[in-house]
Every structure is written in C-alpha cells, then in structure tokens.
Design a protein around this ligand. Structure first.
Ligand code: FES
Ligand SMILES: [Fe+2]
Length: 391
C-alpha cells in the first residue's frame, strides 16, 4: 500500500471515529442457512469456485530455489509445484501416470527428477516421462502419452496461484485490479515462511472465513486475548472486484492525530485483512503476515480444513526472533482456534437445529455481505457459462 493511500485511509478512519460510525452496507442482508449445510451447495461451490478459479498456494518463499517443490492436497486434488532451473514454476497433478501412485510428499528439493516410489518411473522437472520401463512392457505407448498432467500456475508479487484442474481455461491469470497494485507494494516476495498449522474443524468453510470479516465481536469474545489492542466497532471496508480489503484500526492509531500526515503509517497501526477470492485471507499484522487458506472437507458441507501460515519479513535466525514468532503463533491460535472457531462450531450446530432459515448480517457487516454476494455471483456466472476472465 503506497503512502498516499495510507494517508487517505487514516483520514477515512478518523472521520468514521469522529462520527461514531463504521463502514456500512446499504441494508441488512439475509443469508440462507442452507449454504452452510447443503450438499448440493457444496457441489456447486466445488465446481464453480474451487474448480473454476486459481487458488493461492502460498508465498514465493515456499519455493525459494531451483528444484524446490511443494505439495498441497487441500483443494481435493493432489498438487505438486516445482521451481525450475530458470526460476519459473511448474505445477502438476501429483499422480504417477503408470498406476496412479503419489509421486512426492511434503516439501523439499528435487535434484533433477521425480521418481515414483512404487515402480520407479521417472519424470523430469518439466513433468516429462523420461523412459517407459521396463522395456518391452508398454509396447504401443510413447513417453509423451504419459507425461504428468500440468496445471495452470501463476506467480505474481510473491503470491503463487494454481488452478486445480488442467483445463481451467484462462484461469491462471488473475485480473489486474487496484488491489494487485497494492499487493506489489507489500513486497511479499521478500517474506520468509516461519510455520504452518492445519486445523480440521467441524463447520462449513465459509464459516471459518466469516469470523475474520468483522471486529465488533472483539469486546465480547476476545476479552482475554486481543480486544485491548483494537478500537472497538470501527472498521473500513472496500471491495476490489471479488477481492476486498478490511482495515481494523489498533488503538495506537490515535497517536497519529498528533503527527503530520507525512509520518502516518497505517500498516503499523492497524490490522489489514485482504480477502483474496475465493478462499484466502492475507492478514497484515504490523510486523509479520498471516495467510489463512480454507477448504471444504471433501463431500462434507459441515467440515473444513483451515491452514494458517505465519510469514516473517526475514528468516528467523536468533532465539529472540523465534521466541517472538512463537508467541505470535500462540496468540493467534488462542484467539482464532480457541475463541472464534469454538463459536463457529456452535454456529454450525445451530444452523442444523432448524432454529432459523437465515442468518442476518447487519449494515455494519459489509465484508460478510460482500463475501456471500461474490460467491453467489460466481456460482450464477458458472451456471450461465460465463468465464472468470469477464468478471
Ligand atoms: S505407479 Fe508409479 S511407477 Fe508404478
Ligand atoms: Fe474473532
């Protein structure tokens, strides 16, 4: 985020504070509870969201040298991404073309080939089968017919995106929105991965993201954790196409009132949450970064897989630095897993109870409204056969 934008946003936040207000939607919004527990809805989302749009896999730091590879199964398709010698990325379905064994696990470095652990078929880092073996057993076939299935992969401003289906037409190019320019200013390509955690939770994947989309629950739910850090009930929301930015000011932002605008630093005095459609949140936490990626558990509308990754401005090398980032990870898990996700678990049970047909989002919850509107629009576009490139 450039400095003029930061100044503009600090002014907007001060104006909201002066009015005792927050960013508001035009009207309340009723969201049908069926979208959280209906198997048909999940099937539509798998096809129209997860199967139709590129998904964030992580930051460039996860693949920071030639031969580095990363696997990811969370989308339901086993994916492997590999950094080639020329610095570009290739992505493949992580499945051997002989009898379908998983080729590699976890992450690490490949010398110059992927070798199947089952019968030793070998693929080069471009996914080409090197030799059909044993000789004479696969007559009539050529290596080229058994190359790995390529997936569209796209790296920009330190963010790595992969489309989980080989034929996802045009989807590897995310549109260049205003938010794209803002991403460039964050210099995400310089960040280093500190730690990731995977949480399997008993609620719908959208419910996991929703807990980040407003902060007026902080004084109620987060008394023991983060409530004292943030100003209550004020946030600034802005949509950028399907993506969005939500700013939750820290109490320390008030000190900027005594400083000239040239010295204002919004990023130091607020939590900036970027929603990257369809299932990712990037949280700018003053001196580090958290990325949440949330996926439905296959065929289970009432369960999700939520992965959080903590990234730091440079690799932690000292005990003191590790101690600091460990404390941050602890606080984040206490707050989100220990408090927010406990409520989400009960919400999912409440949804199934039949107590109500809709959840109610207030005017003061514009990010929640945006999230559900763009999902519904994408599913409608999918039904009408419109491609992602026209949104
Ligand atoms: S399944 Fe990979 S070599 Fe047989
Ligand atoms: Fe929360």
């Amino acid at each position: 985020m450039d400095h003029p934008t930061q100044v503009l946003l600090v002014r907007k936040i001060f104006s909201l504070l002066d009015q005792g207000s927050t960013s508001l939607a035009d009207a309340p919004f009723l969201n049908p509870v069926s979208v959280y527990h209906c198997a048909h809805q999940l099937a539509l989302e798998q096809a129209g969201l997860f199967g139709a749009y590129p998904l964030l896999m992580g930051l460039s730091a996860c693949l920071d040298h030639p031969g580095a590879y990363l696997t990811d199964d969370l989308s339901g398709v086993p994916i492997v991404i590999i950094r080639a010698a020329d610095g570009t990325l290739n992505a493949f379905i992580n499945v051997c073309r002989h009898r379908g064994a998983r080729l590699v696990e976890g992450q690490g470095t490949l010398k110059n080939a992927l070798t199947c652990p089952y019968h030793g078929w070998m693929y080069n880092l471009q996914g080409q089968l090197v030799q059909l073996m044993p000789a004479g057993s696969f007559s009539g076939l050529t290596c080229a017919e058994r190359n790995l299935r390529s997936l569209p992969v796209f790296e920009r401003h330190g963010l790595i995106w992969v489309a989980r289906e080989p034929g996802q037409a045009g989807s590897a190019q995310r549109p260049l929105t205003t938010l794209d320019t803002e991403m460039a200013h964050l210099r995400l390509e310089n960040f280093s991965l500190y730690e990731t955690r995977l949480l399997e939770k008993p609620f719908n994947w959208k419910n996991a993201l929703e807990t980040f989309f407003e902060n007026w629950h902080f004084p109620f739910l987060h008394q023991k954790t983060v409530a004292s850090i943030f100003l209550p009930a004020v946030s600034h929301f802005e949509a950028f196409g399907n993506d969005a930015r939500l700013i939750m000011p820290r109490r320390s932002i008030l000190t900027l009132r005594d400083q000239p605008p040239e010295q204002w630093n919004l990023l130091k005095h607020s939590l900036v949450i970027y929603f990257l459609f369809p299932n990712t949140l990037l949280l700018w936490q003053r001196d580090h970064l958290e990325i949440w990626r949330v996926f439905p558990k296959p065929q289970t509308p009432g369960a999700c897989l939520a992965q959080v990754a903590l990234y730091t401005p440079h690799a932690a090398t000292t005990e003191r630095e590790r101690d600091l980032w460990d404390k941050n990870m602890k606080l984040l898990l206490e707050t989100v897993d220990g408090e927010d996700f406990e409520v989400s678990t009960k919400i999912q049970q409440g949804i199934a109870s039949g107590a109500q047909t809709h959840l109610t989002f207030g005017r003061n919850e514009p990010a929640l409204q945006h999230f559900h509107r763009v999902i519904q629009q994408a599913l409608t576009d999918q039904r009408m056969g419109l491609s992602e490139s026209v949104r």
